[in-house]
Design a protein around this ligand. Sequence first.
Ligand code: AN7
Length: 360
Amino acid sequence: MAHQWRGVIREYIDRLPFEASDPIVTLGEGGTPLLEAPALAKLLDVGNVHLKFEGMNPTGSFKDRGMTTAVSKAKARGAQAVIAASTGNTSASAAAYAVKAGMTSVVLVPAGKISWGKLSQAVAHKAQILQVKGNFDDCLRLARELSDNYPVFLVNSVNPDRLQGQKTAAFEVVDVLGQAPDLHAMPLGNAGNISAYHLGYREDLELGRIKKLPRLFGIQAEGSAPFTKGGPVAKPETIATAIRIGNPASWDLAQAAKTDTNGGFGAVSDKEILWMHRFLSQETGVFVEPSSATGAAGLYKLSKQGELKGLDQVVITVTGHGLKDPDWALKDDRGKKIKPRKVAAAAVAVAGLLGLEKNR
Ligand code: AN7
């Protein structure tokens, strides 16, 4: 029988706090493509760019890597319900893994500020969804308070089991490249992901699988950029709703990731994010949600400032699938809705609209 990828816990069990006899709740997450993107290498003027396409996870985002570990541990501890605060992707993932585990899920989302693709996933997986009159930071505060005082198990990335699973993305990059890249960039929100990559690459360094750490770069949206502002942002705003976060929980871990790797934080405007969102679709064939274009958009900005000179290997994690939040693809640069033209069901009419001349 052909080998099937078994999910990150089984694939990396010797590097995770699990035994084969532990309950393992998986939907086959991880093993995502690391795609060469020559168009992006040219744009950024660096040797090579690879996109780590995390939208290829079972619920369409990188969150599944940490959800398999968090929900598996919750099950081992006898949990019957999980709770998560979310800008959308965590709720979709928590809801799906809770179903797989035979648990119920509660998700707290900022009212009106999550994409309908993500909301549809939480609904489909029968989560109890509550729209909180507040932002993500309020949702997380509530989720923590509830899990401290009621029988619901917290599966946000403040739960260390989440980072354990998420660190496997770094292992996969090293498995494919055979080394660490010079620089690895990603979107930055609550900062779980950059902290997890740091953990994963550090472990690879200690095991001698890599000779140096990649410089880790986390890129935020300008309207919600606590890391470049130097402190929490009270009213975060951006069209990139996944990273509309003003008070990141993993603040200290992200600072350590930056310092330890000689990395950096950046911020890009919504316009820059949408430009890169389109570039990725049109020039690399990879469809991501707007938030996920942030890492590449940040590097483009740095490249224009001459900051990427001489880099050979660059990896950019694109965190979520384009189908999560497809509305942006259907808008032109001025925000006008793109409507494909209508045509009569006749070849000559189609050819006419396409400007095709008949073969001789
Ligand atoms: C597509 O789902 O915080 O810096 O509640 O959905 O690890 O928070 C999502 C975050 C990047 C930021 N890209 O990652 C949530 C949530 C996408 C995301 C991030 C998120 P972190």
